[in-house]
Ligand binder design. Structure first.
Ligand code: FPP
Ligand code: MG
Length: 323
């Protein structure tokens, strides 16, 4: 498997600085949060999102160094992402993430909600201080999109009539919006043209969709060990993702099992077996590959550079998580 970190070589030093800054920024203001911050921004996270923002920044600032604003944008992106995960783990009642206990299980719900709120608030404050209204609009839309996606997912649990389009829309809100809008924002901070900024947005959108589809496949194919959290948790909680939606087209009995919310013994295992026996995982892989390919096409507008190449390789990395 291509490791994420080897792809980040053009921004390795930037990412080290980012990690140090994040712990400092969150930890120093509120002692109650310092333990959570240390834990959240310490080892464990792959830093994929800030890496993309920094690579976008470098790929659009070829003759000059990136600015403190580019760096701050990457930090804001990671803060928003981390805050949403802390809240998501409360919503999902998840005990483990990245192989370690989640914030609410390590501390309690009160600390987890406050830590998430503080991170969102702090991200908004730093965002406003970038003094770029368009960038503020892009990232505040993300803060609105995240709960929109989470709510859409929540209200369609166990609903076998949801379409692939609705699944992709929800995935955009939940996952791709952050990467799309922060990629575009990085370009705006580099003063790229309108047209280029749209390409950067679309790279992030398709990359994010591919990433989410792969994540949803791994929920079926990975083990608790490799995932760092229990496997098949999406299906169990009624979150119908690409593999299940494709499988529903071939396996009518799957609908019965899902509609009765796996109420009878062995229902969940049977549903997983039906999905494994269908074309669902294969078709989901093809869908992820399609979005990865579309992401690459949106980089054609950028001048060749080491950072642009790393962004291209990032799309292979997304797919390589499957193997
Ligand atoms: C992970 O999904 C969760 C997200 C990508 C976003 C969650 C967003 C919220 C909880 C809303 C944020 C709230 C505010 C106030 C902006 P997952 O559960 O499918 O993935 P996982 O397996 O990594 O948990
Ligand atoms: Mg979750």
């Amino acid at each position: 498997m291509t490791s994420a970190t080897s792809l980040f070589s053009p921004v390795e030093a930037d990412l080290r600085l980012l990690s140090e800054n994040l712990i400092q920024l969150v930890g120093t203001r509120h002692p109650i949060l310092s333990a959570a911050a240390e834990y959240l921004f310490g080892a464990g996270g792959k830093r994929v999102r800030p890496a993309i923002v920094l690579l976008m920044s470098r790929a659009t600032m070829l003759d000059e160094d990136i600015t403190p604003r580019h760096r701050r944008l990457a930090e804001i992106t990671e803060m928003i992402h981390t805050a949403s995960l802390v809240h998501d783990d409360v919503v999902d009642e998840a005990q483990m993430r990245r192989g370690v206990p989640t914030v609410h299980s390590l501390f309690d719900n009160r600390v987890a909600i406050l830590a998430g709120d503080f991170l969102f608030g702090q991200a908004a404050w730093y965002l406003a201080n970038l003094d770029n209204l368009e960038v503020v609009k892009l990232l505040s839309k993300v803060i609105m999109d995240l709960p929109t996606g989470e709510i859409q997912q929540g209200v369609t649990r166990f609903d076998t009539s949801i379409t692939l389009e609705a699944y992709l829309e929800k995935s955009y809100y939940k996952t791709a919006s952050l990467i799309a809008n922060s990629s575009k924002a990085a370009g705006l901070l580099s003063d790229v043209s309108r047209e280029t900024s749209e390409h950067l947005y679309n790279y992030g959108r398709h990359w994010g969709l591919a990433f989410q589809i792969v994540d949803d496949i791994l929920d079926f194919t990975g083990s608790a060990d490799t995932l760092g959290k229990p496997a098949s948790s999406d299906l169990k909680s009624g979150n119908l993702t690409a593999p299940a939606l494709f499988a529903l087209e071939e396996k009518p009995y799957l609908e019965v099992l899902i509609e009765r919310k796996f109420a009878q013994e062995g229902d969940l295992e049977q549903a997983i077996a039906l999905i494994q026996d269908s074309q669902g995982i294969k078709r989901s892989r093809e869908l992820a590959a399609h979005h990865a390919q579309l992401a690459v096409e949106h980089l054609a507008d950028l001048p060749p550079s080491e950072s642009r190449q790393a962004l291209m390789n990032m799309t292979d990395y997304v797919l390589s998580r499957l193997y």
